[in-house]
Design a protein around this ligand. Structure first.
Ligand code: SAH
Ligand code: SF4
Ligand code: F3S
Length: 374
């Protein structure tokens, strides 16, 4: 019995696919690289931009042929796309050869649903509005010597362009002891050099329950664990990056001196429209504080171009910020309308051709900066 998982999206999804693999191996399946050989194929989808959704749709559609060749093959679709109820229903309707559709909140039920499918041979569309933190899902780590560790789920920020709060729910931190226990277990195997803490906004770890302490305290506590490992984390939201966290990065030898700090735009006007809750000046001040504390820190970022209302001047503000910060890496995205978000209904949507020009301009700028840095 073989399984094949196709993963789209962010590290959160990469790690969730490790949990899917864990559940499948629990059921007795083994991995295969070839989807045509697999007895079960799982698509773990992403909804962040239209392109990601379109690709998944196309690739799920193409499974029809495989199903024709082997009617016993199980096809399951899960992840952020199918946490949108109307998309889950559309996939279930459009693709009759898809056997199981689940979202993000009920992913932990996959094992049970596969068993049900095998017993009853009925198609299953399972939807759950929300869920508490679920511990103890078996995990098959597949990311080399890096171990992903979730510290929290969900997001409360509602950046006006972003679908994540709608498909991942509200922020929920894991209990500190559960996190420490999982890390201890990982370190004890001696197979992992790097621990990467995951959350949509790791800086707000603990905000939802005081008993766990804050993110800086969590880092300090993890670094006290015995063992030969390095620690890193993603993603940090600039609005919550505290002096205490900067100190924790500086003072712990185990913490890798790098930070991914998405700026999204260099224009305070656009940042406000995005509901990012910081200004250009505040962001630049954070960069200065980080570099004063840790001079050789690697800083990377995400930028969205063509957010509704972004003028040539706003874009120039982004470019000037990029030149000033001299990032070690930039992920630049063309704004993509996500239905259900506030920005999707904003006036002054920007032309695709302009977005295209701006994204290429930024990528060239990044190349120039890299060349200068040597
Ligand atoms: N929680 C993280 C990352 C979220 S998604 C954070 O807040 O930084 C990763 C990146 O995708 C975001 O940083 C943003 O740059 C980009 N993104 C999110 N929604 C988008 C949209 N509608 N169109 C284009 N890019 C988007
Ligand atoms: Fe999306 Fe903003 Fe939350 Fe990041 S912080 S996941 S960009 S809403
Ligand atoms: Fe995509 Fe969901 Fe991550 S929308 S970016 S897989 S949280």
């Amino acid at each position: 019995m073989l399984y094949h998982i196709v993963t789209y999206g962010c590290q959160m999804n990469v790690h969730e696919s490790e949990k899917i693999a864990g559940m499948l191996e629990d059921l007795g399946y083994s991995p295969t690289d070839k989807r045509e050989d697999a007895d079960i194929i799982v698509f773990n989808t992403c909804a962040i931009r239209e392109g990601a959704e379109d690709r998944a749709f196309g690739n799920i559609g193409a499974l029809k042929q495989l199903k024709k060749q082997d009617r016993n093959k199980i096809i399951a679709v899960c992840g952020c796309m199918t946490q949108q109820k109307q998309v889950a229903e559309k996939i279930f309707k459009t693709f009759p050869f898809v056997d199981i559709v689940v979202g993000t909140h009920n992913l932990y039920l996959l094992e049970k649903l596969i068993k049900r499918k095998l017993n009853e041979n009925k198609r299953i569309l399972d939807y759950m509005e929300s869920s508490p933190v679920i511990e103890g899902i078996p995990t098959k780590r597949t990311s080399g010597d890096n171990a992903w560790i979730n510290i929290m789920y969900g997001c409360n920020n509602f950046c006006t362009y972003c679908i994540v709060p709608y498909v991942r729910g509200r922020e929920m931190s894991r209990k500190k002891q559960d996190i420490l226990d999982e890390i201890k277990e990982v370190i004890d195997t001696k197979c992992y050099k790097t621990i990467t803490l995951l959350g949509q906004n790791v800086n707000s770890y603990g905000n939802d329950s005081k008993e766990n302490g804050n993110f800086a305290e969590l880092i300090n506590d993890i670094c006290k664990l015995d063992g030969d490992f390095k620690l890193t984390f993603m993603t940090s939201h600039p609005k919550d990056l505290s002096d205490e966290l900067i100190e924790a990065i500086k003072n712990n030898d185990k913490v890798i001196k790098e930070i991914h700090l998405p700026v999204q735009s260099g224009s305070t006007k656009i940042l406000k429209a995005m509901n990012r809750n910081y200004t250009r000046e505040h962001y630049l001040d954070l960069i200065k504080k980080l570099r004063d504390a840790v001079p050789d820190i690697r800083i990377t970022t995400d930028i969205i171009v063509g957010f509704p209302g972004e003028t040539e001047q706003d874009f120039e503000d982004t470019c000037s910020l990029v030149k000033q910060v001299k990032y070690d890496g930039i992920f630049a995205f063309m704004y993509s309308k996500r239905s259900g978000t506030i920005a999707a209904t904003m006036p002054n949507q920007v032309d695709e051709s302009v977005k295209n020009y701006r994204v290429n301009y930024l990528l060239n700028l990044e190349k120039e900066i890299k060349a200068q840095k040597g």
